[in-house]
Ligand binder design. Structure first.
Ligand code: URA
Length: 437
């Protein structure tokens, strides 16, 4: 005889009451073993979206999900390990810059990343656009790459946080992604199970993020930092701007090209500045610099002197990738069907709606519209102008890449609508909006 029924639990949450630890454990184990059907899980997720969860409920949900499958023991790596997670953005290729940059400064990083989600891109898809690169390393291979090169980035291993896998897939299709306790528990359960000593969180806010406003992003960041602290993981969150795409490239191979430029000190100013800040914080967390300013100097040096790019090449080679693509970027096959969108007027670019650019890129084939769909690595959007840039009528704003001409018209419409041009230069918006420790 069950101690609870799902209908009682759903009703309780619908009425705004807090669930007990035993009730939350019951839901999580039922999600994993299939004894709670999807329709009841979905109803509970929607009730949580409306009613929220107390800090105690969120912590219980996080730990129950973290323990729902395997956990990774990183002690064989030796030293302090640091992990990083972004809440998701458009053109957000920071992980592929900061992991090798921080590793070049001595930090050990064993990172598990995700695939694209909704309008946001995923690090695993980007990595797989480098021919040969494996993101499905076994546990032993993963640890061996970290021991050898100081860093590795792979996909989430099979049985890590199966409860999150289940709930996330349901949230994705039931409009229940944007909930602070659900995002916090989803991210932190995976980070806890993945075993690193320290965690750096990049919480994005703005039109291209799941948290559209700064207060929402701050609430999410505080919640995740608190959970990290409760479980003895040193956790720092930076809140960063995602109101317009980060850098100029959106789409897998296009972003790898920009990553290579940035790792050699030639990247766009916004992407470089954000990566310097994130990597500097990883270096401090990993105990390789006494303060963030020293960390910044170390990262800038690694980007300028080739050490960060060299580390990226070592990591890709160790994961089976063909590094000749990184050294001769012309080898990447970008979508053969291309279309340039020109500025309709002269003036300053006052807005580049990140979510629209993300959706256009997904529409061109850079992401998935249905579960399990394959990705067109050469598809995406290359911006020629971003917010604040001056443009003259007829100048290119963006080039669209795809291998399927039928995908162009809808994407082109979105890209045109994403840009706004006006007479006055828009106010500079800081990239790093807050740091929460
Ligand atoms: N990334 C995750 O891993 N989970 C969320 O819920 C949102 C972003």
């Amino acid at each position: 005889m069950r101690a609870f029924t799902m209908t009682d639990i759903i009703r309780k949450k619908r009425l705004g009451e807090a669930l007990t630890d035993a009730e939350i454990d019951f839901v999580v184990s039922g999600a994993v073993d299939g004894s709670v059907p999807d329709y009841q899980l979905s109803a509970l997720l929607m009730a949580i979206c409306f009613q929220g969860m107390t800090p105690r409920e969120t912590a219980t949900l996080t730990l129950a999900m973290a323990k729902s499958g395997e956990t990774v023991d990183l002690s064989p790596v030796g030293g302090v390990t640091v992990d990083k997670h972004s809440t998701g953005g458009v053109g957000d290729k920071t992980s592929l810059v900061i992991v090798p940059a921080a590793a070049a400064c001595g930090v050990k990083i064993a990172k598990m990343s995700g695939r694209g989600l909704g309008h946001t891109g995923g690090t695993v898809d980007k990595l797989e656009s480098i021919p040969g690169t494996r993101t499905d390393l076994s546990r032993e291979e993963f640890l061996s790459v970290v021991r050898k090169t100081g860093c590795a980035v792979i996909g989430q291993s099979g049985n890590l946080c199966p409860a999150d896998k289940k709930l996330y897939a349901l949230r994705d299709v039931t409009a229940t992604v944007e909930s602070v306790p659900l995002i916090a528990s989803s991210i932190m359960s995976k980070k806890i199970a993945a075993g690193s000593d320290c965690i750096l969180l990049d919480v994005k806010t703005g039109s291209g993020a799941f948290m559209k406003t700064l207060p929402e992003a701050e609430t999410l960041a505080r919640e995740m930092v608190r959970i990290g602290k409760d479980v003895g993981r040193r956790t720092v969150a930076l809140i960063t701007d995602m109101d317009r795409p980060l850098g100029y490239a959106v789409g897998n191979a296009l972003e790898i090209l920009e990553v290579c430029e940035t790792l050699q000190g030639r990247g766009p100013a916004d992407l470089t500045a954000e990566c310097v800040e994130l990597a500097a914080n990883m270096i401090v967390l990993g105990g390789k610099a006494p303060d963030v300013e020293t960390g910044r100097e170390m990262v800038r040096a690694a980007l300028q002197n080739g050490a960060a790019f060299q580390k990226f090449c070592e990591m890709i080679a160790a994961q089976g990738g063909d590094v000749s693509y990184l050294r001769e970027p012309g080898k990447f096959a970008l979508g053969a069907v291309q279309k340039t969108v020109a500025a309709p007027a002269s003036g300053f670019v006052t807005r580049v709606a990140a979510e629209e650019i993300g959706l256009a890129s997904v529409g061109l084939g850079a992401g998935r519209e249905t579960v399990g769909e394959s990705v067109d690595f050469g598809a995406g959007t290359l911006l020629h102008k971003n917010r604040g840039d001056l443009v003259t009528a007829g100048e290119p704003l963006a080039t669209l890449f795809t291998s399927d001409a039928a995908r162009l018209p809808a994407a082109e419409k979105r890209v045109r609508a994403a840009f706004a041009i006006g007479p006055a230069k828009p106010a500079e918006q800081p990239l790093i909006l807050a740091r929460i420790e």
